[in-house]
Design a protein around this ligand. Structure first.
Ligand code: AHG
Ligand code: MN
Ligand code: MN
Length: 332
Protein backbone atom coordinates (compact mmCIF):
# COMPACT_ATOMS: atom_id res chain seq x y z
CA UNK A 1 0.00 0.00 0.00
CA UNK A 2 1.26 3.48 -0.87
CA UNK A 3 2.10 5.39 2.29
CA UNK A 4 0.61 8.86 2.52
CA UNK A 5 3.09 11.68 3.15
CA UNK A 6 3.57 12.87 6.70
CA UNK A 7 1.16 15.56 7.87
CA UNK A 8 2.45 18.75 9.45
CA UNK A 9 1.04 17.63 12.79
CA UNK A 10 2.84 14.28 12.56
CA UNK A 11 6.02 16.02 11.49
CA UNK A 12 5.96 18.33 14.51
CA UNK A 13 5.45 15.38 16.86
CA UNK A 14 8.26 13.38 15.29
CA UNK A 15 10.59 16.38 15.49
CA UNK A 16 10.04 17.29 19.11
CA UNK A 17 13.79 17.71 19.47
CA UNK A 18 13.38 20.97 17.51
CA UNK A 19 11.29 22.25 20.37
CA UNK A 20 13.22 20.92 23.32
CA UNK A 21 13.16 24.10 25.38
CA UNK A 22 9.64 25.07 24.70
CA UNK A 23 7.28 22.96 26.83
CA UNK A 24 4.76 22.79 24.01
CA UNK A 25 4.36 26.54 23.63
CA UNK A 26 6.18 26.77 20.32
CA UNK A 27 4.24 23.78 19.00
CA UNK A 28 0.98 25.48 19.92
CA UNK A 29 2.20 28.66 18.28
CA UNK A 30 2.94 26.91 15.00
CA UNK A 31 -0.43 25.18 15.17
CA UNK A 32 -2.05 28.55 15.58
CA UNK A 33 -0.24 30.01 12.58
CA UNK A 34 -1.12 27.07 10.39
CA UNK A 35 -4.79 27.44 11.32
CA UNK A 36 -4.83 31.20 10.67
CA UNK A 37 -3.17 30.58 7.30
CA UNK A 38 -5.99 28.20 6.40
CA UNK A 39 -8.57 30.87 7.17
CA UNK A 40 -6.69 33.46 5.11
CA UNK A 41 -6.26 30.93 2.32
CA UNK A 42 -10.00 30.25 2.27
CA UNK A 43 -10.74 33.97 1.97
CA UNK A 44 -8.12 34.59 -0.72
CA UNK A 45 -9.53 31.77 -2.84
CA UNK A 46 -12.82 33.69 -2.96
CA UNK A 47 -11.30 36.84 -4.45
CA UNK A 48 -13.59 38.00 -7.22
CA UNK A 49 -16.56 36.07 -5.85
CA UNK A 50 -17.15 38.07 -2.71
CA UNK A 51 -16.29 41.67 -1.95
CA UNK A 52 -12.72 41.29 -0.74
CA UNK A 53 -10.64 42.86 -3.50
CA UNK A 54 -9.65 46.51 -3.66
CA UNK A 55 -8.59 49.03 -1.08
CA UNK A 56 -10.16 49.98 2.19
CA UNK A 57 -9.47 53.71 1.91
CA UNK A 58 -6.85 53.72 4.68
CA UNK A 59 -3.10 54.28 4.57
CA UNK A 60 -0.97 52.20 6.94
CA UNK A 61 2.05 53.35 8.93
CA UNK A 62 4.27 52.64 5.91
CA UNK A 63 2.32 55.19 3.87
CA UNK A 64 0.88 52.34 1.81
CA UNK A 65 -2.75 51.92 0.91
CA UNK A 66 -4.33 49.09 2.85
CA UNK A 67 -6.16 46.44 0.86
CA UNK A 68 -9.24 44.77 2.28
CA UNK A 69 -7.31 41.54 2.48
CA UNK A 70 -4.37 43.21 4.30
CA UNK A 71 -6.79 44.12 7.04
CA UNK A 72 -8.58 40.78 6.98
CA UNK A 73 -5.37 38.73 7.18
CA UNK A 74 -4.03 40.97 9.92
CA UNK A 75 -7.16 40.46 12.01
CA UNK A 76 -7.18 36.70 11.49
CA UNK A 77 -3.60 36.27 12.68
CA UNK A 78 -3.92 38.70 15.57
CA UNK A 79 -7.18 37.14 16.75
CA UNK A 80 -5.84 33.60 16.51
CA UNK A 81 -2.69 34.48 18.43
CA UNK A 82 -4.59 36.49 21.03
CA UNK A 83 -7.53 34.17 21.61
CA UNK A 84 -5.38 31.13 22.11
CA UNK A 85 -3.26 32.94 24.65
CA UNK A 86 0.00 31.78 23.14
CA UNK A 87 2.18 34.85 22.69
CA UNK A 88 2.74 37.97 24.75
CA UNK A 89 3.13 40.41 21.88
CA UNK A 90 2.88 40.93 18.14
CA UNK A 91 4.45 43.26 15.61
CA UNK A 92 2.61 43.55 12.31
CA UNK A 93 3.26 45.55 9.18
CA UNK A 94 -0.28 46.83 9.47
CA UNK A 95 0.00 48.20 13.02
CA UNK A 96 2.01 51.28 13.88
CA UNK A 97 2.89 50.10 17.40
CA UNK A 98 3.64 46.68 18.77
CA UNK A 99 0.64 44.91 20.28
CA UNK A 100 0.76 43.95 23.94
CA UNK A 101 -1.28 40.90 24.81
CA UNK A 102 -2.28 40.72 28.42
CA UNK A 103 -5.80 40.84 29.76
CA UNK A 104 -7.71 38.20 31.68
CA UNK A 105 -5.48 35.35 30.61
CA UNK A 106 -2.27 36.85 31.94
CA UNK A 107 -0.80 36.39 28.49
CA UNK A 108 2.26 38.33 29.40
CA UNK A 109 3.37 35.20 31.19
CA UNK A 110 3.94 33.75 27.72
CA UNK A 111 7.49 33.46 26.42
CA UNK A 112 7.21 34.22 22.72
CA UNK A 113 6.56 37.19 20.49
CA UNK A 114 5.61 37.08 16.81
CA UNK A 115 6.58 39.50 14.04
CA UNK A 116 4.62 39.28 10.81
CA UNK A 117 3.69 40.58 7.42
CA UNK A 118 0.18 39.14 7.31
CA UNK A 119 -0.23 39.64 3.57
CA UNK A 120 2.82 40.12 1.39
CA UNK A 121 2.47 41.28 -2.20
CA UNK A 122 -1.08 42.44 -1.64
CA UNK A 123 -1.11 44.53 -4.81
CA UNK A 124 -1.26 41.15 -6.61
CA UNK A 125 -4.50 40.07 -5.04
CA UNK A 126 -6.84 41.86 -7.44
CA UNK A 127 -5.16 40.31 -10.47
CA UNK A 128 -5.05 36.65 -9.54
CA UNK A 129 -1.36 36.46 -8.69
CA UNK A 130 0.11 34.69 -5.69
CA UNK A 131 0.63 36.38 -2.33
CA UNK A 132 2.04 35.27 1.01
CA UNK A 133 2.35 35.60 4.77
CA UNK A 134 5.71 35.98 6.54
CA UNK A 135 6.40 35.40 10.24
CA UNK A 136 9.26 35.29 12.71
CA UNK A 137 9.23 34.08 16.32
CA UNK A 138 11.46 35.27 19.15
CA UNK A 139 11.79 34.40 22.80
CA UNK A 140 11.06 37.59 24.73
CA UNK A 141 13.96 39.39 26.45
CA UNK A 142 11.83 41.33 28.95
CA UNK A 143 10.95 39.48 32.16
CA UNK A 144 8.07 37.03 31.99
CA UNK A 145 4.97 38.29 33.77
CA UNK A 146 5.47 41.90 32.69
CA UNK A 147 4.10 43.56 29.55
CA UNK A 148 6.30 43.28 26.45
CA UNK A 149 8.62 46.11 25.49
CA UNK A 150 10.01 47.33 22.18
CA UNK A 151 13.26 45.46 22.95
CA UNK A 152 11.41 42.15 22.57
CA UNK A 153 10.75 42.97 18.91
CA UNK A 154 14.01 44.58 17.83
CA UNK A 155 16.25 41.60 18.48
CA UNK A 156 18.78 40.65 15.82
CA UNK A 157 17.40 38.10 13.36
CA UNK A 158 19.95 35.51 14.47
CA UNK A 159 17.94 35.18 17.70
CA UNK A 160 14.81 33.92 15.94
CA UNK A 161 13.66 30.56 17.28
CA UNK A 162 11.52 29.88 14.23
CA UNK A 163 10.46 31.61 11.04
CA UNK A 164 8.34 30.80 8.07
CA UNK A 165 6.17 31.90 5.24
CA UNK A 166 2.99 30.76 3.58
CA UNK A 167 2.60 31.11 -0.15
CA UNK A 168 -0.95 31.27 -1.46
CA UNK A 169 -0.12 30.31 -5.03
CA UNK A 170 -1.22 27.57 -7.37
CA UNK A 171 -1.25 25.64 -4.15
CA UNK A 172 -0.88 26.83 -0.57
CA UNK A 173 2.46 25.91 0.97
CA UNK A 174 3.73 26.55 4.49
CA UNK A 175 7.52 26.64 4.70
CA UNK A 176 9.26 26.99 8.04
CA UNK A 177 12.44 26.44 10.00
CA UNK A 178 13.27 26.07 13.65
CA UNK A 179 16.98 26.18 12.90
CA UNK A 180 17.27 22.53 11.83
CA UNK A 181 16.77 22.90 8.09
CA UNK A 182 13.74 23.96 6.10
CA UNK A 183 10.62 21.99 5.29
CA UNK A 184 7.58 22.77 3.17
CA UNK A 185 4.01 21.51 3.64
CA UNK A 186 1.29 21.73 1.00
CA UNK A 187 -2.30 22.27 2.07
CA UNK A 188 -4.89 19.80 0.84
CA UNK A 189 -7.80 22.25 0.85
CA UNK A 190 -10.44 19.52 0.63
CA UNK A 191 -9.59 18.24 4.09
CA UNK A 192 -7.68 21.18 5.52
CA UNK A 193 -4.49 19.25 6.22
CA UNK A 194 -0.92 20.17 5.33
CA UNK A 195 1.33 17.39 4.03
CA UNK A 196 5.11 17.31 3.92
CA UNK A 197 5.72 17.97 0.22
CA UNK A 198 9.16 19.63 0.32
CA UNK A 199 11.34 17.86 2.89
CA UNK A 200 14.72 19.36 3.74
CA UNK A 201 14.76 22.15 1.15
CA UNK A 202 18.26 22.99 -0.08
CA UNK A 203 18.76 25.97 -2.37
CA UNK A 204 21.12 25.24 -5.29
CA UNK A 205 24.48 27.03 -5.01
CA UNK A 206 23.78 28.67 -8.35
CA UNK A 207 20.67 29.20 -10.42
CA UNK A 208 19.65 30.92 -13.63
CA UNK A 209 17.17 33.43 -12.28
CA UNK A 210 17.65 37.00 -11.12
CA UNK A 211 14.68 38.78 -9.55
CA UNK A 212 14.69 42.56 -9.25
CA UNK A 213 12.31 45.35 -10.22
CA UNK A 214 14.26 46.60 -13.23
CA UNK A 215 11.77 49.40 -13.76
CA UNK A 216 13.71 51.23 -11.08
CA UNK A 217 17.02 50.77 -12.93
CA UNK A 218 17.82 54.47 -13.28
CA UNK A 219 17.55 54.90 -9.51
CA UNK A 220 19.85 52.01 -8.58
CA UNK A 221 23.45 52.40 -7.32
CA UNK A 222 26.10 51.83 -10.01
CA UNK A 223 27.11 48.45 -8.52
CA UNK A 224 23.57 47.11 -8.90
CA UNK A 225 23.34 48.44 -12.46
CA UNK A 226 26.64 46.71 -13.26
CA UNK A 227 25.41 43.45 -11.74
CA UNK A 228 22.21 43.56 -13.83
CA UNK A 229 24.30 44.04 -16.98
CA UNK A 230 26.47 41.11 -15.86
CA UNK A 231 23.33 38.92 -15.50
CA UNK A 232 22.34 39.85 -19.04
CA UNK A 233 25.73 39.30 -20.67
CA UNK A 234 26.29 36.31 -22.97
CA UNK A 235 29.13 34.59 -21.16
CA UNK A 236 29.62 31.29 -19.26
CA UNK A 237 26.17 30.26 -17.96
CA UNK A 238 24.61 33.66 -18.69
CA UNK A 239 22.44 35.47 -19.65
CA UNK A 240 20.23 34.57 -16.70
CA UNK A 241 16.46 34.61 -16.83
CA UNK A 242 14.59 37.52 -15.25
CA UNK A 243 11.63 36.61 -13.04
CA UNK A 244 9.91 39.14 -10.79
CA UNK A 245 6.46 38.51 -9.37
CA UNK A 246 6.37 41.51 -7.03
CA UNK A 247 5.49 39.41 -4.03
CA UNK A 248 8.68 38.76 -2.11
CA UNK A 249 7.42 35.48 -0.69
CA UNK A 250 6.65 34.11 -4.16
CA UNK A 251 9.93 35.30 -5.65
CA UNK A 252 11.92 33.89 -2.75
CA UNK A 253 10.02 30.59 -2.83
CA UNK A 254 10.71 30.03 -6.53
CA UNK A 255 14.39 30.86 -6.12
CA UNK A 256 14.66 28.67 -3.03
CA UNK A 257 13.45 25.66 -5.01
CA UNK A 258 15.17 26.35 -8.32
CA UNK A 259 18.14 28.56 -7.45
CA UNK A 260 18.45 32.26 -8.11
CA UNK A 261 18.97 35.65 -6.54
CA UNK A 262 16.38 38.10 -5.22
CA UNK A 263 17.38 41.75 -4.92
CA UNK A 264 15.56 44.74 -3.50
CA UNK A 265 18.35 47.32 -3.38
CA UNK A 266 18.51 50.83 -2.08
CA UNK A 267 17.90 53.51 -4.68
CA UNK A 268 17.95 57.26 -5.14
CA UNK A 269 14.34 57.25 -4.10
CA UNK A 270 14.58 54.79 -1.20
CA UNK A 271 17.77 55.14 0.79
CA UNK A 272 17.14 51.88 2.72
CA UNK A 273 15.28 49.96 0.06
CA UNK A 274 11.67 49.00 0.61
CA UNK A 275 11.49 45.75 2.52
CA UNK A 276 11.15 45.73 6.28
CA UNK A 277 13.95 44.21 8.31
CA UNK A 278 11.99 42.86 11.25
CA UNK A 279 9.08 41.02 9.67
CA UNK A 280 10.06 40.55 6.03
CA UNK A 281 13.85 40.26 5.67
CA UNK A 282 14.77 38.52 8.91
CA UNK A 283 12.34 35.59 8.58
CA UNK A 284 13.29 35.16 4.93
CA UNK A 285 17.02 35.41 5.77
CA UNK A 286 16.67 32.71 8.43
CA UNK A 287 14.96 30.38 5.96
CA UNK A 288 17.36 31.10 3.11
CA UNK A 289 20.39 30.48 5.34
CA UNK A 290 18.88 27.31 6.77
CA UNK A 291 18.45 26.09 3.18
CA UNK A 292 22.13 26.77 2.48
CA UNK A 293 21.77 30.19 0.87
CA UNK A 294 22.94 33.69 1.77
CA UNK A 295 21.02 36.84 2.74
CA UNK A 296 22.71 40.23 3.05
CA UNK A 297 21.99 43.92 2.66
CA UNK A 298 24.74 43.99 0.04
CA UNK A 299 27.49 44.22 2.66
CA UNK A 300 26.35 42.72 5.95
CA UNK A 301 24.58 39.52 6.92
CA UNK A 302 20.91 40.43 7.42
CA UNK A 303 20.60 38.28 10.55
CA UNK A 304 23.40 40.20 12.30
CA UNK A 305 21.85 43.65 11.91
CA UNK A 306 20.50 44.98 15.20
CA UNK A 307 17.21 46.72 14.42
CA UNK A 308 16.45 50.06 16.06
CA UNK A 309 12.88 50.39 14.86
CA UNK A 310 10.13 47.82 14.33
CA UNK A 311 9.32 49.15 10.85
CA UNK A 312 12.82 49.94 9.60
CA UNK A 313 13.71 49.10 6.03
CA UNK A 314 16.80 47.42 4.66
CA UNK A 315 18.13 46.45 1.21
CA UNK A 316 17.95 42.70 0.53
CA UNK A 317 20.17 40.40 -1.54
CA UNK A 318 19.06 36.82 -0.91
CA UNK A 319 19.31 33.43 -2.57
CA UNK A 320 21.88 31.05 -4.00
CA UNK A 321 25.16 31.49 -2.14
CA UNK A 322 27.47 31.90 -5.13
CA UNK A 323 25.13 34.34 -6.86
CA UNK A 324 24.69 36.56 -3.80
CA UNK A 325 28.45 36.65 -3.20
CA UNK A 326 29.00 37.58 -6.85
CA UNK A 327 26.46 40.40 -6.62
CA UNK A 328 28.12 41.70 -3.46
CA UNK A 329 31.46 41.89 -5.28
CA UNK A 330 29.88 44.44 -7.62
CA UNK A 331 29.01 46.69 -4.69
CA UNK A 332 32.55 46.97 -3.34
P1 AHG B 1 3.53 44.31 0.99
O1 AHG B 1 2.46 43.87 0.04
O2 AHG B 1 3.55 43.49 2.24
O3 AHG B 1 3.55 45.78 1.25
O4 AHG B 1 4.95 43.94 0.34
C1 AHG B 1 5.23 44.26 -1.00
C2 AHG B 1 6.70 44.16 -1.19
C3 AHG B 1 7.22 42.77 -1.56
O5 AHG B 1 6.39 41.72 -1.38
C4 AHG B 1 7.54 42.90 -3.01
O6 AHG B 1 8.61 42.11 -3.36
C5 AHG B 1 7.83 44.34 -3.17
O7 AHG B 1 7.04 45.00 -2.24
C6 AHG B 1 7.54 44.82 -4.54
O8 AHG B 1 7.85 46.15 -4.61
P2 AHG B 1 8.02 46.92 -5.99
O9 AHG B 1 6.64 47.03 -6.56
O10 AHG B 1 8.60 48.25 -5.60
O11 AHG B 1 8.96 46.12 -6.86
MN1 MN C 1 5.43 42.54 2.33
MN1 MN D 1 2.03 43.14 3.68
Amino acid sequence: MKQHPQTLGEFIISNQKDFEYSSGELTRLLNCIRLAAKVVNHEIRQAGLVDITGTIGNVNVQGEEQKKLDVFANNVFINALTNRNIVCGIVSEENEDFITISGANNAHRNKYVVVMDPLDGSSNIDVGVSVGTVFGIYRRVSPEGTPVTKEDFIQAGNLQVAAGYVIYGTSTILVYTTGNGVNGFTLNPAIGTYYLSHPNIRIPRRGHVYSINEGNYVHFPQGVKDYIKYCQREEDDRPYTSRYIGSMVSDIHRNLLQGGIYIYPKSNEREDGKLRLVYECNPVAFIVEQAGGVATDGHRRILDIKPTDIHQRVPLFAGSSEMVKEAMDFLK
